[in-house]
Ligand binder design. Structure first.
Ligand code: FDA
Length: 317
C-alpha cells in the first residue's frame, strides 16, 4: 500500500509541479540524486572513484512524449559519454572500469515509436563502445518488459557492451533469465523491482521476491550459466542476500570477474565501501538531472523511514 501510494504520486503531474518547488523536498532528494547537472553527476563519480567504487551515470528522465524530447535526451547522453571517456582508457569489452551509462527506454522514445527508440539506443551503444564502456538498460514497469527485452535481444548479440536489468518480483523473470542464458546474452543487472505491479504479474510478498532473487542470482552465478557468458550485477542493498552471494561465490569458487555488486547513490554507503575494500567490484548508480521527482518518489516508496528523513528536512527549513 505504501509503495503504491508513492508510485501513484510519482505519476501525478500536479503533485510533481508542486512538490518540486518545495525546498525541503529538494534537500531531501539530494541524498539520492547527485545534483541537477552533468557536472554534479561527474563530481559524484569522481568521489566514488576515490573510494575504489565504479559508477553508472543516469541522466534522469522517463516517459518523454515527443520525438524531439527523445532526441534531446539522446544528445544529452552522448555528451555524458564524451565526459565518461575522459575517466581513462576503457576497454571495448563486456564489463568496463569506466563509468557505465544507464538509460530508460521511455526516455529514448519507447512510448512514441519503437524504431525511434531503437535508433536512439543504437547511437548510444555505438558511442559507448567507442569510448570503451557499457550501456545498461533499466527495466521499467511491466507495461514495457516485453518490448524492452525484445529490443535488448535485437542488439545484444551484435553489441557486447549492452546489459539489461531484470526484476526478481516478476513471475516471468525466471523464464527470461533462462532464455537469456541459453542465447548467450545474460549480461544482467538483477534487482528486486521498484514499480507497483498486480499480483498476477509479480510476487506480492517480499519474502517471495527475496526467494526468487536468490534463485535467479544462484542460477546466474552457476558454472553452467557462466560457461555461456553470463555476468550478473547483484543490484541490492539487502545484506542478507549479499551475505548469501558471498557464501555461494566462495563455495563455488566463482571468479571475481564473473559478477559485481551494485547499489544506489546515497544508500548503504558503508556497505559499498566495505565490499570495495574487500576487493569486490562495486558499482554505484548515480542519477543526476532536473527530472528527479519520479525517481525520488520510488525511493520513498521503498522505505517508510525515508519519509521521516523528508520531514526532518522540513523541520530544519
Ligand atoms: P530491500 O528493499 O529489501 O532493502 C534492503 C535494505 O536496503 C533496507 O533494509 C535498507 O537498509 C536499504 N534500502 C533499500 N531501499 C532503500 C531506500 N530507498 N532508502 C534507504 N535505504 C534503502 N528497479 C527497477 O525496477 N528497475 C531498475 O532498472 C532498477 N535498477 C536498479 C539499479 C541498482 C544499482 C539498484 C541497487 C537498484 C535498482 N532498482 C531498479 C531498484 C530495486 O528494484 C529496488 O527497488 C531497490 O534496490 C530496493 O530494494 P533492495 O534490493 O535494496 O532491498
Amino acid at each position: 500500500m505504501w509503495r503504491g501510494f508513492f508510485i501513484s504520486l510519482s505519476r501525478n503531474r500536479i503533485m510533481k509541479e508542486r512538490v518540486m518547488r518545495w525546498g525541503f523536498v529538494r534537500r531531501a532528494a539530494s541524498r539520492f540524486v547527485a545534483g541537477e547537472t552533468l557536472e554534479d553527476g561527474l563530481r559524484a563519480l569522481r568521489e566514488l572513484e576515490a573510494l575504489g567504487i565504479r559508477g553508472i551515470l543516469d541522466h534522469l528522465g522517463e516517459n518523454v512524449e515527443s520525438a524531439a524530447d527523445a532526441l534531446r535526451a539522446t544528445e544529452d547522453y552522448l555528451l555524458a559519454l564524451d565526459r565518461i571517456e575522459t575517466f581513462g582508457p576503457g576497454k571495448p569489452h563486456t564489463v568496463s572500469s569506466l563509468p557505465h551509462l544507464a538509460v530508460k527506454l521511455t526516455h529514448l522514445g519507447l512510448d512514441i515509436r519503437e524504431e525511434l527508440c531503437e535508433r536512439n539506443l543504437r547511437r548510444l551503444i555505438e558511442r559507448a563502445a567507442q569510448a570503451g564502456t557499457v550501456v545498461e538498460i533499466d527495466m521499467e514497469s511491466s507495461a514495457y518488459t516485453e518490448r524492452t527485452l525484445n529490443l535488448y535481444r535485437r542488439l545484444a548479440s551484435s553489441y557486447p557492451n549492452v546489459w539489461i536489468a531484470i526484476q526478481a518480483y516478476l513471475y516471468r523473470s525466471r523464464e527470461d533469465v533462462e532464455r537469456l542464458i541459453e542465447e548467450g546474452i545474460a549480461r544482467i543487472r538483477l534487482c528486486k523491482g521498484a514499480y507497483q505491479e498486480p499480483p498476477h504479474i509479480a510476487y506480492p510478498r517480499k519474502r517471495d521476491v527475496d526467494a526468487n532473487y536468490i534463485r535467479l542470482m544462484e542460477r546466474l552465478l552457476s558454472a553452467e550459466a557462466r560457461a555461456r557468458g553470463a555476468y550478473v550485477a547483484i543490484a541490492t542493498h539487502d545484506e542478507r542476500i549479499i551475505q548469501h552471494a558471498l557464501r555461494r561465490v566462495a563455495e563455488w569458487q566463482v571468479p571475481r570477474e564473473a559478477f559485481e555488486f551494485q547499489m544506489l547513490y546515497g544508500i548503504r554507503r558503508d556497505l559499498q565501501v566495505a565490499l570495495a575494500r574487500q576487493g569486490f567490484v562495486v558499482r554505484v548508480y548515480v542519477p543526476y538531472g532536473t527530472e528527479w521527482y519520479p525517481y525520488f518518489m520510488r525511493r520513498l516508496g521503498e522505505r517508510p523511514a525515508n519519509v521521516w528523513f523528508v520531514a526532518r528536512n522540513l523541520l530544519r527549513a
